[in-house]
Design a protein around this ligand. Sequence first.
Ligand code: MN
Length: 204
Amino acid sequence: MPLAKYRTKRDFKVTSEPKGTSRKNAPQESLIFVVQKHQASHLHYDFRLEWNGVLLSWAVPKGPSLDPSTKRLAMAVEDHPIEYANFEGIIPQGQYGGGTVMVWDQGTWVPEMDVESGLRDGDLKFSLHGKKLRGSWVLVRTKTGPGKTGRASWLLIKHRDRYASKSDIVSEKPRSVVSKRLMAGIATAAGGDVAKAAESDPRK
Ligand code: MN
């Protein structure tokens, strides 16, 4: 049950996040990725790669950087269902991850190596074909976390290529790629905490 941990943390009678199907997806031509901006107790960007019918997930507190010299901490979190890639809205307060979620980037990804050995060895190279994130990247594991959770620290790093840049992508491209909304707009539409969501929008 790859999604057992995901489901245990959530009450699907209260949150509108997808429960996820347990079946494995039929083989597809391409693998999806998504980056979700998530204003929970702390702002972070959830970086998710489709693999084996689930979304492998990392929480990136500062979000991705296009600058190869800027390594961004990425904490491994529980696998999410594939359907989660389209989730934009609010998670009710008091629920796990309560707050506002934006689909900040979406597209497909292509492994640049054998994925299973990359995950095992803590060095996964891949390219992204999103609207904001493109080109070659790597996730490097720095340490395994405590106990049974297996929660580990990784670094998300842009490789040097023509998509590398000094521009601050999270500040310069703050809008949803599916709705063009800012965080406050998403919270407003879903009846969430607009003031809290607006804290992570650009200053007017
Ligand atoms: Mn999150």
